[in-house]
Design a protein around this ligand. Structure first.
Ligand code: UT7
Length: 329
């Protein structure tokens, strides 16, 4: 019997309708379209409006659409892994809530937290369940309602983030397609540069933590930028070298959409031309765990069976990594 690999066999994305433009942000904080565009590449981002809606709603919409596209029943799903940095609540997991909302009665479900690298870490985890033969239909959903932890009075962070979700179906493949290799890394000594201080077990929410705005995302942008540029480029170069790939062999770079300048630096280091880089940061900003699946979703029509893709991300933790896969359809 040939070796089983884990291949993406379906993809769907979901973003809320409301568009928060650079123009509107410039009426809220001291910023302008020129600064945001030149420093980040972002023009607008989507915001989930409405009472009682959270990341599970973004994720459930992405998964429902995926099931429709695949003409698949929710009961067929074996496992749902949700990558999120903005869970509906600390527990139960957002994955359990998504499973319930889509009717995945036979699936077990759990969240995986690795900040902006969560989708890659989840994809790699999911692939092991498939490669081992344990499960046959695994959904990885990246979903983040970043607007729930963004301080819209703080110009250095509020211009960057947006809400969105994407979901992929992973199934066994016997043609050698799908996930080929993964390099995943973390360094917790970087935790102070990108974090949400309040609400956890060290610093549970109180009036004081809210007054100090510790329920919002904190980022030392310059430091994170420096680490992101180096590490995302290094790990992408490393996975290419390990798999004897040159820039010409790569059909698409699928980078986490945090900052266009970080993406450009990674592509340059890999020797991949800009025409082969998936970039939709201008429309959605940084949706954290949504960025990579939202790219795959938007580029699905342009992908061909056998295409070599390199996925790369960097995020809080610090966490970072790269996955090399062969597109399977
Ligand atoms: O996805 C997780 C990982 N996250 C990342 O990878 C993000 C990495 N960091 C970044 O993308 C960038 O650091 C930012 C986009 C967050 C900031 O860009 P920067 O080029 O590093 O700007 P800066 O923080 O060095 O600020 C430069 C100047 C400052 O003014 P002074 O001190 O030079 O007078 C800021 O106060 O720009 C000012 N500034 C702004 N001006 C207009 C900061 N934010 C804004 C703003 N509008 N929104």
């Amino acid at each position: 019997m040939s070796k089983i690999t884990a291949a993406i066999t379906g993809i769907n994305g979901w973003v809320p309708e409301y568009k928060l433009t650079n123009q509107e942000l410039s009426t809220m904080v001291d910023t302008n379209d020129e600064w945001i565009t030149s420093r980040t590449g972002i023009k607008e981002r989507r915001i989930l409006k409405g009472e009682g809606l959270g990341s599970s709603d973004l994720g459930a919409n992405a998964v429902k659409g995926l099931l429709e596209k695949k003409n698949m029943k929710a009961e067929e799903i074996d496992l749902i892994i949700c990558a999120t940095a903005t869970p509906d609540m600390l527990f139960p997991s957002t994955a359990c809530i998504i499973a319930d909302k889509v009717g995945a009665k036979n699936a077990f479900a759990f969240d995986l937290m690795a900040a902006c690298s969560g989708f890659l870490f989840s994809l790699s985890t999911a692939s092991k369940y498939i490669e081992s033969g344990a499960y046959k239909k695994v959904i990885v959903v990246g979903a983040d309602k970043m607007s729930s932890i963004v301080n819209y009075e703080e110009r250095t962070t509020c211009v960057i983030f947006g809400d969105g979700a994407g979901a992929v179906l992973l199934e066994p493949n016997e043609e050698g397609l799908g996930i080929q290799d993964a390099i995943l890394k973390s360094d917790g000594s970087g935790r102070d540069y990108l974090q949400m201080k309040g609400g956890g077990s060290v610093n549970p929410s109180t009036h004081e933590t809210v007054d100090a705005k510790e329920h919002y995302i904190y980022q030392d942008g310059k430091t994170v930028f420096k680490f992101a540029v180096t590490n995302m480029a290094d790990v992408s170069a490393e996975i290419m070298e390990r798999n004897n790939l040159t820039g010409d062999d790569i059909a698409w770079l699928v980078p986490h959409q945090a900052n266009k300048r970080i993406i450009d630096a990674t592509a340059r280091r890999m020797g991949v031309g800009t025409e082969k880089v998936m970039l939709n940061i201008q429309k959605y900003g940084n949706t954290t765990n949504g960025t990579i699946p939202l790219c795959l979703w938007e580029w699905e029509d342009k992908l061909n069976k056998g295409d070599n893709l390199v996925l790369a991300a960097f995020g809080g933790g610090f966490t970072w990594g790269s996955i090399y896969l062969k597109w399977a359809y």
